[in-house]
Design a protein around this ligand. Structure first.
Ligand code: NDP
Length: 365
């Protein structure tokens, strides 16, 4: 039913990816089957989807601004059903990610990113990957975190918000990306509230941060109305935000999105989707599945985690740069952000589900 994209020369990098929701999957399946074929009914796709074996579906071509260098990556679809994403311990999810990892290794890619929930599902279980794989796996979270903190500082500058006088709330603060953001903002914000469900981990993190400005909360409801800036980096979806402060700046870096934005009044708050990058030199798919794959309001936008593998490939680095929870340091964030910048890869323009913000930094073509 679905043809695998023909195998070609080894790629420079790969991404192990998954789809965000069924509404995106139906057109995606239709496009990869060939648009001249009669569409398969949605119910049938929903039934068949979990049976598709992981495979490379298309190539990603990334161009650097340095000597117009070009690299090619493989997009390896795991076919994780979107409503099974949070079943992090499911054997079936693990099996799919393992099969996708073997697929990356067969394609001889030196480095592959564990995109979106694939790294969360594999967290602490990397030992389950077969031994002897030559491909190195990175979560892509260091560049993602670097983009989040950089874009937030840029947004504050645009909106004339002073971080040192702001109350910053991080939802998903004890996670890999969340704790990196917490480390970054603990010395910059007037007050930092860390939110996650597990109180013990919250207290461990706040003790580690050793800052009098740091507080903890085990639900968003507790402090959301007081926060000037909210960073959402939790491994969850459809979060309902209670009343938030007028003028608050909210960055949702989840994949799929953490926050249910349908009831947010965008005339009163500033919302953008973070952790995303912009590739000045060019970012293309072959065949061009962008129309059904990602829904970005501008060209050259890609996820920070994908771009981490691309940056490592440009730098000829085959290593697990981001290894899993708790290993992101500010030094590593600065390092990968600097490599990215040299290749013309910078934080994406500000956008949300309604499109691009009317005001932007003046660095985009
Ligand atoms: P982790 O699994 O390391 O951390 C998840 C965090 O979310 C933990 O602190 C967890 O703590 C918290 N959490 C989970 N559910 C809830 C909830 N209902 N309410 C509050 N907190 C919650 O995840 P990562 O840091 O690896 O990834 C975070 C997000 O970023 C994911 O959505 C991921 O897909 C996305 N991502 C985006 C990328 C991009 O390119 N933009 C790249 C990589 C990841 P607890 O369980 O105690 O609640």
């Amino acid at each position: 039913m679905l043809a695998a994209y023909p195998s070609y020369k080894r790629g420079d990098f790969a991404i192990l990816g998954h789809q965000e929701c069924w509404e995106h999957i139906y057109p995606f399946i239709h496009q990869i089957r060939g648009q001249d074929l009669k569409p398969i009914p949605e119910e049938e796709i929903k039934y068949l989807f979990p049976y598709f074996p992981p495979r490379s579906l298309f190539r990603i071509i990334v161009r650097s601004i340095l000597e117009s260098r070009k690299i090619t990556g493989h997009y390896i679809e795991t076919f994780l059903p979107p409503d099974h994403l949070e079943l992090t311990c499911s054997k079936e999810n693990l099996r799919r990610i393992t099969d996708a990892a073997i697929c990356a290794d067969k394609l001889q890619v030196p480095v592959a990113t564990l995109g979106g929930f694939t790294s969360i599902i594999l967290e602490g279980q990397q030992a389950l990957l077969p031994t002897g794989l030559q491909t190195k796996f990175t979560t892509g979270n260091t560049l993602t975190a670097a983009f989040i903190v950089q874009s937030l500082q840029d947004a504050c500058e645009l909106l004339q918000k002073d971080i040192s006088r702001s109350h910053v709330m991080i939802i998903g603060a004890t996670g890999d990306i969340g704790s990196a953001c917490a480390g970054f903002f603990s010395e910059k914000a007037a007050k930092l509230t860390l939110v996650a469900r597990n109180r013990r981990k919250l207290y461990e993190l706040s003790t580690r941060l050793q800052s009098p400005t740091v507080h903890v909360a085990d639900s968003v409801d507790e402090k959301a109305a007081e926060a000037d800036i909210i960073i959402a980096v939790a491994s969850t979806t459809k979060l309902q935000l209670p009343e938030v402060k007028p003028g608050a700046l909210i960055v949702d870096a989840g994949f799929p999105k953490n926050i249910d934005a349908t009831n947010l009044d965008l005339n009163r708050i500033h919302l953008y989707f973070g952790g995303m990058g912009y590739v000045k030199g060019g970012y293309h798919f072959s065949p061009d599945y962008k129309q059904s794959m990602y829904h970005f309001p501008a060209d050259k936008i890609a996820h920070g985690c994908v771009l981490e593998a691309a940056v490592l490939a440009f730098e000829n680095i085959s290593e697990s740069f981001s290894q899993g929870r708790g290993n992101i340091t500010i030094e590593k964030m600065n390092q990968i952000r600097e490599w990215a910048r040299m290749h013309g890869i910078i934080p994406a323009p500000f956008y949300n589900h309604q499109g691009l913000w009317a005001i932007q930094k003046k660095v985009y073509d």
